[in-house]
Design a binder for this molecule. Structure first.
Ligand code: ADP
Ligand code: MG
Length: 696
C-alpha cells in the first residue's frame, strides 16, 4: 500500500502527455494548480454555452449567446477608419446586425455573401437599442451547422490560455480516466442517484444546461462527496488509531465534583451538565478519549474542564491543563484554586518561568502523585515533566491546533484521555472538516443573566467623544479595555501604536488610571500590569491583541477597538467576549479608519447585528472562505476543488458517518470496498491517511 496503484498511473503522468499540451500550455496550467492529468479531471467547467439553433433571436434575452440561421441582407462597410463594419441579417422573425472591427471587406463578402443563408453563433447584445452580435464565434453554411457543438463547456482560465485548448486537454485527460471500483456505500449511491465516478466525470465535463453546473447536480455532488469522503476517511483513520490505543478506565465517584459544585456560586447550565456527562462517559470507557469541547466565549468551559479533571483525580489519577499563554494559565489557577481548596485537591502551576529548585520541587511532587491537577503553558509537556498517573490532558483555546499536531500529541506515548477546548465557534462544516477525528461536545447555552453587549461602530474622527465617554464611565466605577490596531506586518509598529495611545489616554484620563500590556513587554511587567487591572487599580487597560483569548475581568464592561476594520470577525468576537460578563450593561466601541472596504463594512455591520458566535462564524466563512477562517496551513485542511464547505455541511456529515462505519467493519480497508477506498485516498492525495494505513 505504500505505492500508488497502477490503475492510477495514467492520471499522475506528465501533463504534457495530454493532447495539445506543450510546454507553454503546461506552464499556464500549472499557474492554475494543474500539474498532472488528475488535476485537470477535477477542474470542472464553471459555465456552459448553449449553442442549440433557435428560430429567432427573439427567443433569448440579451446579453446572451445565441445561434440562429439568418439570411444575409446587406453589407455596410465602415465609413471611417477603425469604425464598425456592419452586416444586416434577418432570421425567421427579425432583422439584426453582425458587427466587425478591423475586418477585411473581401473576407466578409466571401464569408457572408448578400442573399446567402448562414448559421451564426455568438453573443447577442443591445447597442443603442439595436440587437447585434459583435464578431460571431461561428459563421457556417446551414449544411455545416452540425460542426457547432450544441453545448460548450466554459472552463476557468488563466491569462494566455484559451477555452479550446483547455477543453481539448480536459477531453484527453478524461480519456485516460479508468473505471474504478465504487468506494461509496452502495445504498447511499442509490439513494442520491449518483453516477459512478467515471460517469460523473464525463457528465461534469459536459454540462448541458445551467443546472448541471450546480453543486446539487448528481455528478457534481458525487465528485464533491468523493473529496469529503477521502478527507473524512483520513480523519477516521486517525481517530481509529488513537482509540485503538488502550485508554485507562477512569471512573469518578463524584465525591470531589459534588464538593466543587456546592462551592460554585451558580448552577451549571444544562449544556454544561451534558458536556460533563459525555466526558465522564468517555473517561470511564476503555477506549481513549479524543473529544472537542466547543463553546462560545463566556459559555463556561473552564468549569466543565475542572469537573472533568476531578473525575481523573477521583479515580486516583492526575490531570493537566494547558493554556496558550501564561496570563491565561494564571487566571485559570486563580479561578480554580478556591474551588479546589473546597475539595481538598492540590493544584499547581507550571510555566516557562519555573526554574531551579522551585521547579524541581514541583516536578518531584508531581511524580509522587501529590499534585492532583497541573495547570500551565506548553511547559507542562516538556520531556522531564513526569506524572505519577496522568489520566486526562485538557488543551484550552487551541483552535489553531491542526489535525497533525493533535496526532503528535496523542503519540506522546501516554494513553491519556484528551479534551481540547475551543472558544472560537466554527461553522459545522468546518468543525467536521477540522475536528472530524474527534468526538464533539457543544456548549450551546450561555449562563443565565448575561446582557447582550451594546455594539457601536464609529469613525476615527470621533475618538474624542469616545474618550469623553470613557471619562464618565470611569467616574461611575467602570473599567475598560482599549485594543490597539492589529499590525500584521510588524509587531514593533503594533506596540509603538499601543504606547502612543497609552500616553495620550494617560494625559486625558490621569496617570494612574491607565495601564498597558503588549506582547513585547517583559513577562513580569505584563503580569503586573494585568494584575493592577484585575485588582481595579488601573481603570483602562491599553492592550494589543494579547488579551484576545480567555482573560476574565468581570468589572470590565467597555471594550474599545481601534482600527477595528483590520480585525477578522472571529477576533472581534473574541475581544468583545471579554466584556459582558458582569451585571452591568456592557458596550463595545468599534472605531474604524475610513475608507472601509466592502467586506470590512460588512464585518462591522454583522458585529453590530449579532453576538451569536455561531452566526458570526457562518458569516465569516461566507466573507472569507474556509481556508482563511481556519488558516489552511496550520489546520491541515485540504483545499477542496469541487466540494464547497459553505453549503455542503450536510454532505460532510454524511461522509464522516460513512467513513467511520466503513472503518468499523473493515479497519484495515482490505475488503472489496476497502480496497476501492484505498484507491480513492491515492486519487485524492491523502498522504496522511495512506501513512496511517501503512503503519497500521
Ligand atoms: P469560556 O467558555 O469563555 O472559557 P469561562 O469558563 O471563562 O468561559 O466562564 C465565563 C464566566 O462565566 C466566568 O466568570 C464563570 O464563572 C461564569 N460561569 C460559568 N458557568 C456559569 C453558570 N452556569 N452560571 C453562571 N455563571 C457561569
Ligand atoms: Mg476560557
Amino acid at each position: 500500500m505504500s505505492t500508488r496503484p497502477e490503475i492510477l498511473f495514467p492520471l499522475f503522468g506528465e501533463i504534457t502527455g495530454l493532447e495539445g499540451v506543450g510546454p507553454k500550455t503546461a506552464r499556464l496550467l500549472e499557474q492554475m494548480g494543474v500539474k498532472r492529468p488528475r488535476d485537470l479531471l477535477f477542474t470542472l467547467p464553471h459555465g456552459v454555452i448553449d449553442r442549440n439553433i433557435r428560430a429567432s433571436i427573439n427567443q433569448v434575452t440579451p446579453p446572451c449567446t445565441v445561434t440562429v440561421e439568418v439570411e444575409v441582407l446587406r453589407h455596410q462597410p465602415s465609413t471611417r477608419r477603425g469604425g464598425p463594419y456592419r452586416v444586416q441579417v434577418r432570421d425567421s422573425q427579425t432583422a439584426f446586425q453582425l458587427v466587425f472591427f478591423h475586418a477585411r471587406g473581401d473576407w466578409l463578402r466571401r464569408t457572408l455573401p448578400e442573399g446567402a443563408r448562414r448559421v451564426v453563433s455568438g453573443k447577442l447584445e443591445l447597442f443603442d437599442g439595436v440587437a447585434q452580435i459583435v464578431h460571431p464565434d461561428h459563421i457556417l453554411p446551414p449544411e455545416q451547422a452540425g460542426e457547432i457543438p450544441p453545448f460548450e463547456p466554459v472552463y476557468p482560465l488563466t491569462a494566455g490560455l484559451g477555452q479550446r485548448a483547455i477543453a481539448r486537454a480536459a477531453q484527453s485527460a478524461l480519456a485516460r480516466a479508468p473505471d474504478l471500483d465504487e468506494w461509496i456505500d452502495a445504498s447511499l449511491v442509490e439513494k442520491r442517484g449518483w453516477p459512478s465516478w467515471r460517469a460523473a466525470l464525463e457528465a461534469a465535463h459536459h454540462p448541458q444546461k445551467t443546472q448541471d453546473l450546480s453543486l446539487q447536480a448528481p455528478a457534481r455532488e458525487r465528485l464533491a462527496y468523493d473529496e469529503l469522503f477521502a478527507h473524512q476517511l483520513t480523519l477516521a483513520l486517525a481517530r481509529a488509531r488513537i482509540r485503538r490505543k488502550k485508554g485507562v478506565v477512569s471512573k469518578g465517584d463524584g465525591r470531589l465534583q459534588a464538593l466543587v459544585r456546592k462551592a460554585l456560586p451558580y448552577d451549571l447550565t444544562g449544556a454544561q451538565r451534558r458536556a460533563v456527562a459525555e466526558i465522564a462517559a468517555d473517561m470511564a470507557s476503555a477506549l481513549r478519549m479524543n473529544r472537542l469541547l466547543q463553546g462560545d466565549v463566556g459559555a463556561g468551559k473552564t468549569v466543565v474542564a475542572l469537573l472533568a479533571m476531578l473525575v481523573a483525580v477521583e479515580s486516583g489519577g492526575q490531570a493537566v491543563m494547558m493554556a496558550p499563554t501564561e496570563i491565561l494559565a494564571r487566571q485559570h489557577m486563580e479561578s480554580i484554586r478556591p474551588l479546589l481548596q473546597a475539595a481538598g485537591v492540590r493544584a499547581e502551576i507550571l510555566t516557562g518561568r519555573d526554574k531551579g529548585e522551585g521547579r524541581a520541587a514541583k516536578l518531584a511532587a508531581l511524580a509522587a502523585g501529590e499534585i492532583g491537577i497541573l495547570l500551565g503553558t506548553h511547559a507542562v509537556f516538556q520531556k522531564d515533566v513526569k506524572f505519577a498517573d496522568l489520566r486526562l490532558a485538557v488543551i484550552d483555546e487551541q483552535h489553531r491546533f491542526g489535525v497533525r499536531q493533535r496526532m503528535e500529541l496523542g503519540d506522546k506515548g501516554r494513553a491519556v484521555d484528551m479534551l481540547v477546548m475551543t472558544a472560537t465557534p466554527i461553522p459545522r462544516s468546518l468543525a467536521l472538516a477540522q475536528y472530524g477525528d474527534m468526538d464533539v461536545s457543544v456548549l450551546d447555552e450561555k449562563p443565565p443573566g448575561r446582557k447582550p453587549v451594546k455594539t457601536v461602530v464609529l469613525p476615527e474622527s470621533r475618538v474624542g467623544e469616545v474618550i469623553d465617554h470613557l471619562k464618565r464611565a470611569i467616574d461611575e466605577g467602570r473599567q475598560a479595555y482599549w485594543v490597539c490596531p492589529l499590525v500584521e506586518e510588524s509587531e514593533t509598529v503594533e506596540w509603538t501604536a499601543a504606547e502612543e495611545r497609552f500616553r495620550s489616554l494617560r494625559t486625558a484620563l490621569g496617570e494612574s488610571a491607565v495601564g498597558l500590556v503588549h506582547g513585547q513587554m517583559p513577562l513580569a511587567e505584563k503580569d503586573a500590569a494585568m494584575a493592577r487591572f484585575v485588582a481595579g487599580q488601573t481603570r483602562v487597560l491599553v492592550a494589543t491583541t494579547v488579551i484576545e483569548v480567555g482573560v476574565d475581568v468581570p468589572d470590565a464592561s467597555i471594550m474599545v477597538i481601534e482600527q477595528a476594520e483590520r480585525f477578522g470577525l472571529a477576533q472581534l468576537h473574541q475581544l468583545r467576549g471579554r466584556v459582558g460578563r458582569g451585571a452591568a450593561q456592557s458596550s463595545c466601541l468599534l472605531i474604524y479608519r475610513p475608507p472601509l472596504s466592502e467586506t470590512a463594512r460588512r464585518r462591522l455591520e454583522v458585529m453590530r447585528e449579532t453576538d451569536d458566535g455561531f452566526v458570526l462564524a457562518e458569516e465569516d466563512l461566507r466573507l472569507r472562505g474556509a481556508g482563511d477562517v481556519l488558516g489552511v496551513a496550520q489546520s491541515g485542511l485540504p483545499r477542496f476543488r469541487i466540494a464547497d464547505l459553505e453549503t455542503q455541511a450536510d454532505l460532510m456529515k454524511v461522509a464522516q458517518d460513512d467513513a467511520r462505519i466503513l472503518l468499523r467493519t473493515d479497519a484495515e480497508l482490505s475488503g472489496a470496498r476497502g480496497q476501492a477506498a484505498r484507491v480513492l485516498l491515492w486519487l485524492m492525495e491523502q498522504d496522511q491517511g495512506i501513512r496511517l494505513l501503512s503503519v497500521g
